[in-house]
Ligand binder design. Sequence first.
Ligand SMILES: *[C@@H]1O[C@H](CO)[C@@H](O)[C@H](O)[C@H]1NC(C)=O
Ligand SMILES: *[C@@H]1O[C@H](CO)[C@@H](O)[C@H](O)[C@H]1NC(C)=O
Ligand SMILES: *[C@@H]1O[C@H](CO)[C@@H](O)[C@H](O)[C@H]1NC(C)=O
Ligand SMILES: *[C@@H]1O[C@H](CO)[C@@H](O)[C@H](O)[C@H]1NC(C)=O
Length: 550
Amino acid sequence: MGAPSFMFSTLLLLLQLLFASLPHHRTLTYAADGSWQLLQKSIGISAMHMQLLRNDRVIMFDRTDFGPSNLSLPNRKCRNDPTDTALQVDCTAHSVEYDVFSNKFRALTVQTDVWCSSGAIMPDGNLFQTGGFNDSERRVRGFSPCRTCDWNEIPNGLTAKRWYASTHILPDGRQIIVGSRGQFNYEFIPKNIVANKINLPFLSETNDKGIENNLYPFVFLNVDGNLFIFANNRAILFDYVNNIVVKKYPMIPGGEPRSYPSTGSAVLLPLKNLIAAAIEAEVLECGGAPKGSYIQSLKGTFLAALDTCARIKITDPNSKWVMETMPLARVMGDMILLPNGNVLLINGAGSGTAGWEQGRDPVMSPVLYRPNNDISSRFEVQNPTTIPRMYHSTVALLRDGRVLVGGSNPHAFYNFTGVLFPTELSLEAFSPAYLDAKFDNLRPTIIAPKSMSGIRYQKKYTIQVAINSDKVDESSVSVTMFAPAFNTHSFSMNQRLLVLRSDKVTAVGNSTYNVEATTPRSGNVAPSGFYLLFVVHQGIPSQGIWVRLR
Ligand SMILES: *[C@@H]1O[C@H](CO)[C@@H](O)[C@H](O)[C@H]1NC(C)=O
Ligand SMILES: *[C@@H]1O[C@H](CO)[C@@H](O)[C@H](O)[C@H]1NC(C)=O
Ligand SMILES: *[C@@H]1O[C@H](CO)[C@@H](O)[C@H](O)[C@H]1NC(C)=O
Ligand SMILES: *[C@@H]1O[C@H](CO)[C@@H](O)[C@H](O)[C@H]1NC(C)=O
């Protein structure tokens, strides 16, 4: 053909030569997988906190003390606070309920400042949000899933002030709330009758003077009933019943901080063999900011984020961190478990730290991590978004397998112009590659039941699925259960994926199979409450159904 195409191929050749001559630090695997969809240009608030409820609605909120949002409150239920320095009578919403399947949202009313708070779903499916800033420091807020419900505020629901604390649901149905700015202790809701505020010296030991680096600690319920608590660059195994440190884990090699504001992220990797006497549990932590990053960013120097992950078997008598290198460095990223047992790293920045105006170089591409692959082939870079999701961005796994992404506000106000990264009011969905139509022939569809309201521990259940394939057996099918997380500040509290033993797969007719699976052995492995149950065939998950484990 003509000259333009010749010129184009010459240019391509030159580009290839140029790139071939650059040093390669990392192996980048551009699988060009996954796709993005803009769901809402604006929901009126910036989704700084997110929680999926059992009615497929996601509760979101930002803060109340930084001026009017872009969403009015119905019935003018204004918030009247004479000490608010930004706006004393605020008739706008700072919380919304987003309905996943109708893609609609409605304004909710919060009366005090939910900023940088925590939360967890109780076994009955009600959300309890805990703490916040200023007039909300000791608040507990309840939210029951229903079409017209709104927040129910409980003043003095907490014993201590909780701002930047982490919450975990416990096997006995209570919540534990760990840490906070200036609080080196933990407490429970409902409250202990005697002494509800209990000291935890580990939190003062991990507090870097003036910078902290130990806020929003990564708290996971270990399968032995103790809590794995990570702050800054190290962790303990903690018996919260007797207030005893059972074990001190080694420092992550290199000793770089991983907790707020050097914000990395962490997950408890999928739990398997859930009725075995000895279940293994592993934690994976990725990214963060190197020492000094916070101070440097205040002076206008934005240090590169950490590009390492650290993985540890927390149930091992001699636990050791094993280091891995990510294809993209990331601070303020989120880690979310996918129904097929992979981990998605998403959102965040390539340099700087958490804090107002302190992050740079948004990381637009999510990265998939396959925990069961050989250590040399676990990471895979996914297709990028076009919207930077920096400080105060959020994520939630949905029942249909999509990943809801929102928020991002690195400013002390709602700032839409004249700033590097405008306050984001939009919502997007990232669809991992397993949702591609090319996998439709592998995809299971759960026929029955449509939900399960009372599944018990260590019992067999049968799920009927349709799969357009005549080679379906125990080795290609698994059943997983996902505990929806409270996500904020790069941490998904209470996130858990259980891989159930699938005992038997029986063909019962035209592309229809009965899959038998056994539930976990106890509440230490899986606290009672609502889970999303998925059937996974050759790595491709079905849509989930809601089940209640009790
Ligand atoms: C939010 O509202 C302001 C003021 O009305 C407007 O200028 C801005 O465009 C809105 N932003 C978004 C993202 O909707
Ligand atoms: C909240 O902040 C305002 C403004 O700084 C202050 O006047 C007020 O005392 C604070 N309220 C509480 C309960 O801390
Ligand atoms: C951000 O918004 C606040 C409140 O509207 C305003 O005072 C401030 O000047 C804005 N900042 C920028 C950089 O525009
Ligand atoms: C078998 O199932 C497929 C879809 O799962 C359906 O299209 C087809 O009509 C069914 N055939 C019979 C004989 O039932």
